[in-house]
Design a protein around this ligand. Structure first.
Ligand SMILES: Cc1ncc(COP(=O)(O)O)c(C=O)c1O
Length: 380
């Protein structure tokens, strides 16, 4: 058996959605999970907890605020107010629970496509009216359309769900863009929820700017985030809600206390361990991903030079433009059947993107190479 095969056999033993959605002849490169082992500190914490039998309901967790604060301060110079943090089972639950207290069914919420698939499902589940101001594609990447956003704010949207860094395009939104958004938010009284789950995976040449470090953001701003993406622990189910100010916190104070109790104690403590003790692991993982984003560029150049790929500024998702290969309403199915590799169709990120697919490159170099060889077979 070749190294690749034994590695793939080992990976196929995983039981997560990534590895169970398709038959074993398919190489999964769709869902945003990494193929790497988890941080040793998190592993040790979970093992100790299991050995002690400490698996009850989540109570107060005073360790979390200071752990997250020391991480954000060291990483981004952000001295957040840790007293305002509350917990939710995941970022999706955090978003939906904020929607529930800040809106009525039928209210309008703004997003910018292409954007994370579940923004659509959360909005649909909450019976909100979706307003989409598309990102603008420029030489430097995908930019926020500030004029379009102002028009949407003027027209009465209640909420703005911002994705920073933005899945699937890997864009880190710029300070000037965030400043403009915060000013608009104050001017029109629109609450802004900034989903910053990918932020710890920002590559060193870019500066990630936490939304709540922007002067005007505090009054109407919320950050929702988790260690789950960057430390690869999505199954542990814990996330955070951080209002920018007391008044923003007061506006969501009707959120039921059960939102906290429904969070996993293992997930919550794993977040503490991640932010406090697993920084070396994060940096090593980021350096592997950094190499992968350029390895992917080389592999595409060799096997699929027609495909357009902008190296992401953050995280491990590649947004690939297949338009030069000709029209195809269903790249996903063709690539799956012919190439035996699963990617996510562009339409999952917005109806305007059928010529795109998203590929996850958080894997071993030989698996990534195999994936691109299969992708090349899939599109021919
Ligand atoms: C922008 C964004 N938010 C949220 C999530 C999912 O977070 P959770 O599993 O905590 O709901 C993802 C997953 O890929 C994501 O890309």
């Amino acid at each position: 058996m070749s190294v690749e095969n034994s590695l793939l056999t080992k990976l196929h033993q995983k039981t997560s959605s990534k590895w169970r959605k398709y038959d074993p002849d398919i190489l999964p490169m769709h869902v945003a999970e990494m193929d790497f082992d988890i941080a040793p500190e998190i592993k040790a914490e979970i093992i100790n907890r299991v050995q002690r039998g400490d698996l009850g309901y989540l109570g107060p967790i005073p360790e979390l605020g200071p752990a997250f604060q020391s991480f954000t301060n060291a990483r981004w110079g952000w001295q957040l107010n840790s007293e305002l943090i509350s917990l939710a089972a995941d970022v999706g639950v955090a978003a939906i629970e904020i929607f529930r207290v800040l809106t009525q069914p039928g209210d309008s919420i703004l997003i910018n496509s292409p954007v994370y698939t579940n923004f659509y499902t959360w909005i649909e589940e909450s019976k909100l009216n979706l307003v989409d101001v598309l990102l603008l594609k420029s030489e430097s990447g995908w930019e926020l359309d500030l004029d379009g956003i102002e028009k949407a704010f003027k027209s009465g949207v209640k909420l703005y769900l911002l994705c920073n860094p933005q899945n699937p395009v890997g864009r880190v939104h710029r300070q000037s863009e965030l400043t403009a958004i915060a000013e608009l938010s104050s001017k029109y009284g629109v609450s802004v929820i900034s989903d910053e789950i990918h932020a710890p995976l920002t590559y060193s040449e870019n500066s990630f700017i936490p939304y709540l470090t922007i002067a005007d953001a505090a009054e109407y701003g919320y950050v929702i985030t988790s260690a789950s993406k960057a430390w690869n622990i999505a199954g542990l189910k814990a996330a955070m809600i951080l209002p920018g100010s007391r008044s923003a916190a007061n506006r969501i104070s009707k959120m039921p206390p059960a939102v906290h109790w429904r969070t996993s104690i293992v997930g919550a403590i794993a977040m503490v361990t991640a932010f406090q003790d697993s920084i070396n692991w994060l940096d090593q993982t980021l350096s592997v991903l950094d190499q992968n984003r350029f390895l992917l560029k080389d592999l595409l150049h060799t096997h699929l030079p027609e495909i357009e790929y902008q190296v992401p500024e953050s995280s491990y998702l590649a947004w690939l433009n297949l338009s030069s290969l000709g029209p195809n309403a269903n790249w996903h199915d063709q690539i799956l059947k012919q190439g035996k590799v699963s990617i996510v169709p562009g339409q999952d990120y917005g109806k305007h993107y059928p010529e795109y697919v998203r590929l996850n490159f958080a894997t071993y170099p030989q698996v990534l190479e195999e994936g691109i060889i299969r992708l090349a077979k899939g599109v021919k």
